[in-house]
Design a protein around this ligand. Structure first.
Ligand code: MN
Length: 274
């Protein structure tokens, strides 16, 4: 067994103690906090910041709502802004969380009460890389009624498999404040989402998931647009004829290759204003 006396140099006991303390405090990666997965790709952070701004500019989020991305260095971590209005997010506001939604290096920063939405979906869906939670207004009537949100046109093909409605009363009882404020509620929400790209939340809002930040912004924006258009069709008194399942799947596949186009437009529009 090694003890101080076995070390063949002149550091001495105090020197070794100082080294041990320094080693214990040493982060795993560069300047990252202890336990951190390391610094994310700066381009990923930049896209996450832009996504926050676009979602506000396009009317998906307001003072509330959030967007996250899975950490590019560790699938068991995700990145999300501190608790604040999305339109005001800058790179320094982005925090790292584990999948139990515990911040790795909180430094006193307030965190979103509903961060458990993100952690539990990332746990259940290894294919999901980015998540948007919002209260976008046109979606609420569909969350609160038995009228299903279905694709009105090809752009919303991702809604072809339906958007199941999460009712918090099933997992949380009849007297919650409607927020996903712990892992158990997050897990129940993730189970309702299942394999779908979108789930609606009764009395609350919706969640969109996708394989990238750009895809999830596309889905969040067009979930809101589709809800508006579907409500207009219903107001006309007719019965909309939605895309069928095959059309929706084919359209989604095509659109998944085109998300860069609206992203560039929305980015310029949002950043031009901020
Ligand atoms: Mn919410």
């Amino acid at each position: 067994m090694l003890c101080c006396c076995d070390v063949p140099h002149a550091l001495g006991r105090r020197g070794l103690l100082a080294m041990a303390i320094a080693a214990a405090a040493m982060p795993r990666h560069g300047n990252a906090a202890p336990g951190s997965a390391g610094a994310p790709d700066p381009a990923l952070i930049a896209d996450l910041v832009v996504a926050n701004h676009i979602l506000f500019d396009q009317g998906v989020v307001d003072g509330f709502g959030h967007v996250s991305v899975r950490h590019d260095k560790d699938p068991n971590r995700y990145l999300l802004a501190r608790s604040m209005a999305p339109a005001l997010v800058v790179a320094d506001d982005i925090m790292e969380f584990d999948l139990d939604s515990t911040p790795v290096d909180p430094r006193g920063r307030a965190v979103y009460l509903e961060r458990f939405i993100h952690g539990e979906i990332y746990k259940l869906r290894p294919d999901v890389v980015a998540i948007v939670h919002s209260h976008s207004p046109s979606v609420i009537p569909f969350a609160d009624s038995k009228i299903t949100l279905r694709p009105m046109n090809h752009i919303a093909g991702f809604l072809g498999t339906g958007a199941p409605v999460f009712d918090i009363r099933v997992a949380g009882g009849p007297a919650t404040d409607m927020l996903i404020r712990n892992n158990a509620l997050g897990k129940a929400l993730a189970a309702t989402l299942g394999p779908h790209p979108v789930t609606l939340m009764r009395g609350h809002g919706s969640v969109a998931v996708a394989q990238s930040i750009r895809h999830v912004v596309f889905r969040a924006v067009y979930t809101e647009v589709n809800a508006r258009v579907e409500a207009e069709a219903l107001a006309m008194g007719g019965k909309p004829e939605f895309l069928n399942a095959q059309e929706a799947a084919a359209a989604m596949k095509t659109n998944d290759g085109l998300v860069g186009r609206p992203w560039e437009l929305w980015k310029r529009h949002a950043e031009g204003k901020s």
